[in-house]
Design a protein around this ligand. Structure first.
Ligand SMILES: [Zn+2]
Length: 385
């Protein structure tokens, strides 16, 4: 009695663009793609993202569980020794010939047929073609506000042009959802507010408190607009990349429930990204209780690599399995999305077979749940034919 997802198609619900500058990576840089912590050589005036790592820190990074998993999985695909140097050399020999063909090789191996892309690239940017399979775009709320704010002379004007550009993105360019950074920009303990014109100039001048209010007001408007456009709102929850940005302790999805459970938002579908790691059970409970909330396990997969079985167990605990999706949070290199899909298939198989052994599920049910999480739920959410 076994189930298998090796050949099952996958839709990655949360991924960023590939970066051709990362086509060739030395072993340390390949490992560092999976490190989302701070570096330990701060540079004055330089964003923490771009700080350098000391020799001592560099020794730790290849020992992340996710890097060790990547090494072993990649060695099997590329036919080399399971060592960082060997897999880096093997991948570089592919990418030297073609970065795009290498990405295709990985996506095919993992069965990734579609990607929901979180990126500010213009609709016709050639970089988008690097991602194999169907690419579905999200409208970025934060970037759009920043751009429009430069020329806006009033809140009314800003909101109007913002709403027009969201409308345009959906109707002219087929964007399928919105991505907001409420946890990072404002924090989750929020209530609907009305924003007044006299606060606008202060927000525009860079006042942090006023900007938060502006962001929140537009977020509330966007929840309504998403409802009209019938597209979901994507929110980072839990880990938001690293612990150096945003209101970290505030990104527990329980904290945004008082807002999301208000009757006016019940018809707006909301996707909690990153599985709210490490609050995965909280995300599952929110999706259990709120009919319009969905969850994806991006970032959690592949980053919690050596604990993926437990992560998936936590996710499937209480929520309807028809609202759970796989994602990666991949960026730069194709290995991240590939590893997420590969390891998710392994973990899901294990978790579902366990439930079969316990006599809780039969193989047909288990098989169907797996396919739903890997592909069918996203296909339904985005109305893919
Ligand atoms: Zn993300």
């Amino acid at each position: 009695m076994t189930i298998r997802f090796t050949d099952s198609p996958v839709i990655d619900n949360h991924c960023h663009t590939l970066d051709p500058q990362k086509a060739i990576l030395d072993p340390a840089s390949l490992a560092r793609e999976f490190y989302h912590g701070m570096k330990d050589l701060p540079q004055r005036g330089v964003h923490p993202w771009r700080w350098e790592a000391s020799e001592a820190l560099r020794q730790h990074i290849p020992n992340l569980g996710v890097v060790q998993t990547m090494i072993f999985q990649l060695s099997k695909l590329l036919g080399c020794a399971p060592e960082l140097d060997a897999v880096a050399a093997a991948r570089n020999s592919h990418t030297t010939q073609s970065f795009s063909a290498y990405a295709k090789l990985l996506y095919q191996d993992a069965g990734i047929v579609g990607t929901v892309l979180d990126s500010s690239l213009p609709p016709d940017d050639p970089l988008l073609d690097l991602i194999p399979g169907k690419v579905m775009r999200l409208f970025q709320m934060s970037t759009t506000i920043q751009q429009l704010l430069k020329n806006a002379t009033s809140y009314r004007e800003l909101l109007h042009s913002y709403q027009n550009s969201l409308d345009h993105a959906v109707h002219q360019h087929g964007f399928i959802g919105v991505k907001a950074h409420v946890a990072e920009e404002v924090g989750f303990d929020v209530e609907p507010i009305t924003f007044t014109e006299d606060q606008f100039a202060i927000a525009k001048a860079g006042d942090v408190k006023a900007y938060k209010k502006l962001y929140l007001a537009i977020f509330i408007e966007t929840l309504h607009q998403c409802q009209e456009l019938q597209i979901p709102m994507h929110l980072h929850t839990g880990i938001t990349g690293g612990l150096w940005n945003g209101a970290i302790t505030n990104a527990d999805p329980f904290r945004i429930v008082p807002l999301l459970r208000q009757p006016e938002f019940i018809q707006t579908r909301v996707v909690l990204l990153h599985g709210a790691y490490p609050w995965i059970q909280h995300a599952s409970m929110v999706a259990h209780a709120l009919p319009h909330v969905w969850v994806d396990l991006s970032w959690t997969t592949p980053w919690s690599a050596l604990r993926l079985v437990e992560s998936w167990r936590d996710a499937i605990g209480v929520m309807p399995l028809s609202k759970l999706m796989i994602g990666s949070g991949g960026h730069g290199t194709p290995e991240i999305a590939w590893l997420s899909a590969k390891t998710t298939k392994i973990a899901l198989q294990h978790v579902l077979e366990d439930n079969m052994t316990l006599g809780l599920l039969d193989s047909k049910q288990a098989e169907q749940i797996g396919q739903m999480i890997l592909h069918d739920n996203a296909a339904r959410l985005y109305d893919l034919k």
